[in-house]
Design a protein. Structure first.
Length: 624
């Protein structure tokens, strides 16, 4: 136990030293090179002079190139990722700091051509290429602009989409409708170099009978709206524009996301906004404000994870024995208290009777809270509630908001309840299940149950708890694992599900817990650790990484501790791996453990290697 305490003390000290003066933890939210590429393309297209930033971003992009000329999203992705390589090639060429005949670009060009060219890139990349004049817009876009006029009572309407889906689709709908293009002087010409069989965008979308039926439904629904077609179109354009403008955060970004803000800037330009308009200038500055530094290079974050990091770290510190009265925890919790939401957001469309009270992911978020950040923040402030009316008020509002967000199927979503219509799968849009839907997930449901049953006075026979347990039991995989929507992937989901079920009173001998334990034991590595590949999400089954990681090991061991309630040889081996590798720095410590879109969007949380091992070591110590 002495080694365990030493490990705990080391991690506590590291976290204390890294706290910011405002009480938060500002670890980078790292998402590969895509945002770096798009920032270069944005600045060059708008002819904004910021050579220092562009040069720094170009250097970072080059530092991530593989020997074969490609770029990867994660270490074991194979030869490389076509979309990432195409974006890198375009950005580097556009930057002006790398010439077309440079050997690194020649190698990238060969990889892109060998991998199928522009046609095989992700839909978002094609949209970016179209709006910057590098390829034609498709003759149609599967979501008509007038859809925003359909009332919420319709079986499928604009608010049937997830919050993240609407944030990106609103500007895309305007851009696609106007087929807007803005090509700057000096823009490179990718035509002929990277194109292959493109046929006027016919390969942008899946074309099948199911979609045609839905398209016909939309056409009839829109035709039944009162008004002449031209008037309806103008009204839809205005409503979509206002949807964006009404959801700009204080930092100038649209919903706080890089992609939606990038697209909004071009959508507003297509509507006649001048580049000098305060809204566009603020949006550009908001994106610049997301810059962080990693390994000496600038990186444009997709968003910031400040609230998420701070809530999880504050809770882990307290689990490890740091008092809620300690200045580090007190400052963190004051920061969290100041970031609780008191505005109504889109979540109220499907949840009209609840009061605001959740927390968002980024420190700039004020209108779109999420369930996971809310339960994480509530866990963090739990020790500060007694005797302080401000915390008591925050606790009551937050807990009620979380309870109100339960889906009708018994699980919990991330941002909005009941936005998982089966009709969404009919849209011929790449990765529609990730972009358009916000279903119940094992990680959200498990973590919410763990919070409600361990941190509140909610009875385990409460209908919400029973429905959540039933959802988890129903959605366990055949091999005993659970799929985690927002992490990688099956280890993450299984950890959340097991800890949630145990908190809700499901006994260790229950067949679901026993199957999960057997699965975790069966995938343990010979070094005592665990490791899962990002390929699991696209494969829709567990894929071993071939190496152990600190975060995977912490999740797996914590799940086993919760499941068994006693030390086992598998737990001992996992703890030894953690203690032996706390200071490790290699590709496994940089490997993404978060996901946003299977096969396309992965997140390396720089904080995870600190607080998840701390949390697990603290729970292990409590076993005695």
């Amino acid at each position: 136990m002495e080694d365990v305490q030493n490990g705990i003390d080391t991690l506590i000290e590291q976290l204390k030293q890294s706290q910011s003066p405002k009480g938060s933890w500002d670890f980078p939210f790292e998402t590969g090179i895509a945002t770096d590429c798009y920032m270069i393309i944005l600045l060059k297209t708008l002819e904004i002079d910021d050579d220092n930033l562009i040069r720094g971003l170009a250097e970072r992009i080059l530092s991530r190139q593989e020997k074969n000329g490609a770029w990867k999203l994660f270490f074991d992705e194979g030869e490389g990722n076509l979309t990432a390589t195409l974006e890198a090639y375009y950005a580097l060429l556009f930057s002006g700091f790398v010439q077309k005949n440079d050997g690194r670009l020649r190698a990238a060009r060969r990889f892109i051509q060998r991998s199928g060219g522009i046609e095989q890139a992700h839909m978002f990349t094609k949209i970016m290429l179209a709006l910057t004049g590098q390829m034609k817009w498709p003759p149609f876009f599967p979501i008509p602009l007038e859809m925003i006029l359909l009332p919420a009572s319709f079986p499928l309407n604009f608010y049937s989409f997830s919050e993240f889906g609407r944030a990106n689709l609103a500007p895309i709908m305007i851009l696609a409708d106007r087929k807007f293009q803005l090509r700057a002087v000096g823009s490179p010409d990718l035509a002929g170099e990277l194109k292959g069989r493109e046929k006027d965008g016919i390969e942008w979308f899946r074309d099948d009978g199911a979609w045609r039926g839905l398209e016909s439904f939309f056409a009839k629904s829109i035709k039944n709206l009162l008004g002449l077609p031209d008037e309806l179109h103008k009204l839809a354009t205005e409503k979509t524009k206002n949807y964006m403008l009404d959801r700009i955060e204080p930092d100038g970004t649209f919903f706080g996301y890089f992609s939606s803000t990038f697209l909004m800037i071009f959508a507003l330009l297509s509507l006649g906004f001048k580049q000098t308009d305060p809204v566009i200038a603020a949006a550009v500055e908001g994106l610049k404000g997301m810059k962080c530094e990693i390994d000496g290079f600038p990186h444009m974050q997709y968003t910031t994870a400040t609230v998420w990091n701070t809530s999880l770290i504050s809770y882990a510190l307290q689990e490890a024995g740091v008092s809620a009265d300690d200045p580090v925890v007190e400052k963190a919790n004051r920061y969290l208290l100041g970031h609780q939401h008191y505005k109504y957001g889109d979540w109220a469309i499907h949840n009209p009777y609840a009061f605001p009270g959740g927390w968002g992911f980024a420190d700039s978020n004020t209108i779109h809270p999420d369930v996971d950040d809310s339960t994480a923040s509530l866990r963090a402030i739990a020790g500060s509630v007694q005797g302080d009316p401000n915390y008591q008020h925050a606790w009551e509002r937050g807990t009620q908001w979380v309870l109100s967000m339960q889906n009708k199927d018994g699980g919990w979503p991330a941002f909005e309840k009941n936005t998982d219509s089966r009709l969404l799968s009919l849209f011929p849009i790449q990765k529609a299940s990730f972009l358009l839907a916000d279903p119940s997930s094992a990680d959200l449901t498990g973590r919410t149950l763990e919070f409600l049953c361990n941190e509140t006075n909610l009875d385990r026979n409460h209908p919400s708890v029973k429905a959540g347990v039933e959802w988890l039991l129903k959605n366990q995989e055949k091999d005993g694992s659970w799929y985690g929507r927002w992490g990688i992937c099956y280890i993450y989901g299984t950890w959340a599900a097991v800890t949630g079920l145990r908190a809700a009173g499901v006994v260790p001998g229950h067949h679901a817990i026993e199957r999960a334990v057997d699965w975790l034991k069966g995938i343990q590595n010979s070094d005592g650790g665990w490791g899962e590949s990002c390929r699991s999400d696209s494969a829709e089954k567990y894929i071993p990484l071939g190496a152990s990681t600190l975060t995977d090991t912490a999740w797996a061991v914590d799940a086993l501790i919760a499941a068994t309630g006693r030390p086992t040889k598998e737990i001992h081996a996992g703890i030894k791996y953690l203690l032996d590798n706390l200071d490790q720095q290699n590709w496994t410590t940089r490997y993404p453990k978060g996901q946003g879109m299977a096969g396309d969007f992965y997140i390396h949380y720089h904080s995870y290697n600190h607080f998840f091992p701390l949390l697990t070591l603290a729970h292990y110590k409590k076993l005695g």
